[in-house]
Design a binder for this molecule. Structure first.
Ligand code: SF4
Ligand code: SF4
Length: 387
């Protein structure tokens, strides 16, 4: 039975975070259960984009710093590594991401390294899905252990992002985009996420849910939501299962969780040594609009494409916010976006609804809009997971 530890923590005040983390890890045996003296430990936060911590899009630096200090107490050597989304996986992009997300200050205060090595290596997938090998940041191989620090937030494609999804950030830069193109079907994509979990196998996951992100996450379309909770487990799927209880999700309706269940990874029982999810549950957590969509199409047949085009919202860049910066163009796995008259324009036929553009737009300029038929079906209740 997997164990998930939960504690209340209502602020990012450093002493409060450190005390909460110690309390969180105590039932799991403390940090000494996960790292040993002399080990190099890759600390993997969610650093999707260069954005200030108060937007609740990235793992908060106070959480990262407190985790690093606990690792250092064990005389191990932590370092921070992440590959942000879109075209930012290079030294200049990483410098911006580390600066804006507060990681540069964490590194300065704690003396840890920030990874700038953008090299990749190929790793065989144990699951042997569509991808026989996965490209990963090669720095991952240099670490003795990975400690994953997901953010509690919503996501256009996978509905929520947490323990299963956080390790996708170890796939370098635009290779992520290529995987979106290759694994167009949501089930295939989620199988790949689980393959990465199987390859990396972090000994510890700590989820930052002090302030989460609800609504149209995982970036500027979402809204910060005070949740006041930290979660920890040795099992990333178990953390996601606990999250389902906290925000009232049916795991059968969440693609990565369905994929975990297909593999027999979804926990039938969970042990909560401290607080239970009911103690911190919220009844009105807002899911993304895509949670009301049907994302089962894999784009390979005409029927499947019709499902995608009708039942899932289209990303629509808005003139009042679009600055024609080109980031969505570079992030699109299907070359479905062009800049026309200083406005990004999406080719609805070419778009596979991966929402990388929505995720990476630095202006929050892309809305997700259902077709007229999709809106009618949604209103009538024919379409809709959480209506
Ligand atoms: S939609 Fe966003 S990412 Fe795309 S060009 Fe406009 S501002 Fe840039
Ligand atoms: S337009 Fe956006 S949602 Fe559509 S394929 Fe390109 S990145 Fe994905």
């Amino acid at each position: 039975m997997s164990t998930v530890s939960l504690v209340r923590c209502r602020s990012y005040d450093p002493p409060a975070i450190e005390a909460a983390l110690r309390e969180l890890l105590e039932p799991l045996g403390g940090m000494q259960s996960f790292v040993e003296a002399g080990q190099r430990v890759l600390v993997k936060p969610n650093l999707l984009m260069p954005i200030r911590p108060s937007r609740a899009i990235t793992t908060h630096p106070a959480v990262v710093e407190a985790v690093i200090r606990l690792i250092q107490e064990q005389k191990a050597e932590p370092f921070i590594a992440e590959s942000p989304g879109g075209p930012l996986h290079n030294k200049i992009g990483l410098r911006r991401v580390y600066r804006d997300t507060g990681m540069a200050e964490v590194a300065e205060r704690t003396g840890v390294e920030l990874n700038y090595d953008c090299a990749a290596l190929q790793v065989p997938t144990p699951g042997g899905g569509l991808l026989k090998r996965i490209d990963m940041m090669s720095v991952w191989k240099e670490a003795d252990a990975v400690i994953a620090l997901p953010k509690l937030k919503t996501h256009g494609k996978t509905i929520v992002t947490g323990g299963v999804k956080v390790l996708f950030g170890l796939v370098p830069g635009l290779t992520k985009t290529a995987y979106h193109a290759k694994l167009e079907g949501i089930d295939e994509f989620c199988d790949m996420l689980l393959d990465i979990v199987d390859v990396v196998r972090p000994p510890l996951y700590i989820m930052d849910g002090v302030v989460g992100l609800e609504g149209n996450g995982p970036s500027l379309g979402g809204e910060p939501r005070n949740m006041g909770v930290l979660l920890a487990s040795q099992d990333g799927v178990a953390i996601d299962a606990a999250l389902c209880h906290i925000i009232g999700l049916d795991p059968d309706r969440i693609p990565p969780f369905r994929a975990a269940a297909r593999r027999g990874w979804w926990p039938q029982e969970l042990s909560f040594p401290g607080l239970s999810p009911q103690d911190v549950a919220v009844s009105d957590f807002l899911l993304p609009d895509t949670a009301h969509a049907d994302t089962t199409g894999d784009g390979r047949s005409r029927g499947s494409r019709w499902i995608t085009e009708t039942m899932t919202p289209l990303p629509v860049p808005k003139r009042d916010r679009c600055t024609a910066c080109d980031i969505c163009v570079k992030s699109c796995p299907k070359d479905a976006i062009t800049i026309v008259d200083r406005l990004a324009v999406v080719d609805a036929q070419a778009c596979i609804r991966c929402y990388c553009c929505h995720e990476m737009c630095p202006e929050g300029a892309i809305d997700l809009e259902f077709s007229l038929l999709g809106r009618i079906l949604r209103r009538s209740g024919v379409l809709g997971r959480y209506d």
